[in-house]
Design a protein around this ligand. Sequence first.
Ligand code: ADP
Ligand code: MG
Length: 487
Amino acid sequence: MFILNLKILYMARSDLWLKILEIVQNDIKKAHFITWFQGTAILTNADGKLVVGVPNSFAKDWISAKYSELVFNAAVSFDETVKTIEYEVCSRLSENSFGEGIDVKKSFVSKNEKKVRKVRNQNAVTVSKGANGKVLSQMLNGRYNLKNFVVGNDNRLPHAASVAVSNTPGGIYNPLYVYGGVGLGKTHLLQAIGNTIIRSFPDMIVKYLTAERFVTDVVEAIGRRHMQKFKDQYRNVDVLLVDDIQFFARKNSSQQEFFHTFNALYDHNKQIVITSDRPPSELDDLDDRLKSRFGMGMVVELIAPDFETRVAILKQKCSEFQVLIDPDVIAFIATNVQGSVRGLEGVLRAAIAESQLANRVPTIRSVAEIIQRLNKAQEIIGYDLDKRKGQSVKSIDDVIEIVSDYYDVSLDSIKGKDRHKDIMMPRQICMYLIKNELGDSYEKIGSGFGGRNHTTVMHACNKVSDLLQTNVRLVRDINAIKRDMGL
Ligand code: ADP
Ligand code: MG
């Protein structure tokens, strides 16, 4: 009975939240709506107080600052007993399944349109010989493996197919055709398959190449009349991995040669894996016979990762690069860089490089600047870069605001009496910065912090000065805050 009641209550809450979101979404851009309300839920609704759970503090701050009125008005229109709304970070909502949170993408937004973009052709590498003299592969990059490919909701199938092919080359998924937009992990998967097979089946000959390289080889072979050698080289392999097949468009003699290579390998149950920026049917300017060959096995699409996967990828890269980055900064990058994983990685690398050069930790502000620099046209979500631009920090409250932003503690607690370490330290840092950067007197600072004695302020300033001699983390924090202050 008790459980049943709980269930009914839960249903009532989720119904109410769905109705509220239905209204809210009308006033917010689609992308923003998904970003901020994905995985949210009503946690409790009692005594006039509605408590909304959000997956991270970043979403909490943003929704409270920008959408609280909108949400409140919508809530009151369905339940007039609601007097206030509070937002609470609830970590179980940040899990992939959202727990009780609403999957707004599913509930409100129709499937995203997929875009096919042109892929620039990159590296074609020369054939290298293995220790036993056999052609092993074309310089596979060992960095790519199936374990460091982060699997989220959207790329489960391409990953599973790659695992299957690696376990059983020449099995039922032959050929495997992976397609998707630029920077979404096609080359990563393709090379990971190669690396895995080489490790599991050391006797197999694996050949990785870009389609561009194949074309060059064909042209060269024709020019030097080495066609037979060429054919032998390509038909001798157990696994052929060809990247960016769209490059074959209008290259007729290469297409023809590839067609024969394909058939020869396929007939002997050799594994073929192909990547492309578009599905076989959309490979215009490609021989129909090839198109239908490509579609014979397994065709899977890589699509842009969702927010949770982007966060997971960033965390994975941080551990690969052996750096620790504030979860809020990670969430901020994941929010603002949505298109490709390569873009995500680019911003992360830039943030790490910059922080190492300047000996400071990446902050939301510094990352916002990087994103803006990389893409001037981009609208930054979640941070107002212009907020402090041009207006120098003048008052005690300006400094407190910046420090509270940095340490994610409230203005009131910094000014208040709480003696907890997490509050005390930011408070003392404020006093130190005000003294050193604004040059205010100890007395004035004391009164700016709720009438504190000037000796307390003096003590705080001395303490921070002393710590700066030994505490590297504090040096970085203060450098970062000073930068936020425009110094
Ligand atoms: P594409 O070939 O589709 O243009 P890449 O395979 O070169 O893209 O991927 C671009 C970058 O993003 C690579 O550094 C790759 O390791 C990384 N990447 C892409 N998808 C993932 C993923 N799911 N997990 C981890 N890293 C990924
Ligand atoms: Mg690629």
